[in-house]
Ligand binder design. Sequence first.
Ligand code: NAP
Length: 545
Amino acid sequence: MGDERREFDVIVIGAGVSGIYQINRLVDAGFDAVVLEADDDVGGTWYRNRYPGCRFDSESYTYGYSFSKELLDEWHWKERFSPQPENLRYLEYVVDKFDLRRHMRFGCRVERMQWHDDERRWHVSLTNGDEHVARFVVASVGPISRPIIPDFEGRDDFEGAAFHTYDWPKEPVELAGKRVGVIGTGATGIQVIAAIAPEVAELTVFQRRPNWSSPLNNSEISDEEMADIRSRYDEIFAACAASNGGFVHTPIWGFWDKTPEERRAIWDDLYTQPGFAILAANFGEIFLDEDANREVSEYIADRIRQRVDDPAVAEKLIPTDHGFGLQRLPLETDYFETYNRDNVQLVDVSEHPIERITATGIQTTAGHHELDIIVYATGFDVMTGSFDRIDIRGVDGLALKDKWADVTTTYYGLLSARFPNLLMVAGPQSVSGSTNFPRAIEKGADWITDLLEHARDRGVDRIEARPEPEQEWLDDVVTAHERLLFRRSKGWFTGYNPNLPGRGEGTVRYHAYFGGAHRYAKKIDDLAEAGYPGLTMSTSDELIP
Ligand code: NAP
């Protein structure tokens, strides 16, 4: 972006999947808008997560943007679950095709944002000291973009290479002949472990709690298949829009109407189906009924036992503290077979915790593991973490971090009271965390753009959520959460993260709305239709009811 202007109608923070779409909508709608991006190029999560094995677990053709028929016709997804390098190329292609780079500034990390009620504008300060000013700010900061490395003693003593998966170096990492340790077996760990095992000399996996995981069943997409997909895009996106999770899969019901043998036959089929079919095309009862969940968990446990040669290792890989599908399900390719390799060792750190990182490896209470590389697949401060690291000050200097310290409250995940003119794509308590991400953010960015146009048409320069509808929305979020069996599980769906103060066992954070993406879409459409009840809108000298 050539000019050095500092004042805009709208500042969008972040040039990831949601920021790219948001700026496209704003520019098309005639707003003077700019994207401030901390990294030196576009892509967000697909720019950062360069670890081997990183790929979609949504069907590629349901992950792409839906807004441009031309784009849909041009882009050929090469694999059903496309890998990170191709996903990044796709986002770069979109940005170039719609000439969006000229609305973006890179290397701009936002450090502080201060609302000025007298000016009705946000002052946005960067780490390099620059300040930008805008009437509205749209935070597209990414729900899973604040990596967390546990505070292990001696972390800085390690003399080899060590990095979080989110910060996997851009330059190729030499893995051949290396002794590599991976800490963490979430969706990221499961991808990276299976991908690097054949390359490294020795792989030591430090697992605290196992995760359920089932096959991704990836495959290539031929020209003919892609042509067929293109001809069905309308149907595909309609199916995603009608579903709970924004995927093409639809649950079945009637668990107890089938015999155990009939259920196993259904699962035998689903286990070989691509993607989240095993979850989202399974019986709906497995998320609601303990007995149904126990039975499907036993089925998946047997599958793991069949795939892992050493029965003792198999048992360590089977979760016992939560049922199948009750934490965010990682999908895998040959993950369980990885443990049949001679160069792979599973270390159970729930039995023998990590004591410290040493100059040459990892010391657990049972012994020392010599390593050349440590990979931290230890997760993120999900949803609110990327907001919290910006010092966001609303009315009367209130910090958003303080407002959300005990309980996160939002207006449908899109605004938050006391923070006027701050809009969130993929905010906490939207469906970005519970849905195929692009399907959720297109809806969110469209809604935000419509709201800004509504405001512009009426000369409105201040929009603030009222506290009462936020409380009502929290009640809805809690009700949806409490219906589901995952309410007692220890994953980011419930806000559990023992690496963060006050987020350990027994604490809950309501990060996402789990009442269904289609219901959410209807709710926010109804709000727009009704003239945005629950929002206070005003011009500089007059309150608009
Ligand atoms: P995660 O699910 O939070 O997993 C973190 C892992 O690190 C867990 O196994 C955790 O063990 C372990 N860990 C954390 N602190 C530890 C410690 N002090 N000692 C030992 N182990 C420790 O994080 P993630 O795997 O990065 O996944 C985060 C989210 O990113 C996913 O849920 C998903 O939404 C998204 N994701 C998506 C894709 C995709 O779309 N393809 C791929 C990867 C990730 P405990 O379970 O015991 O805490």
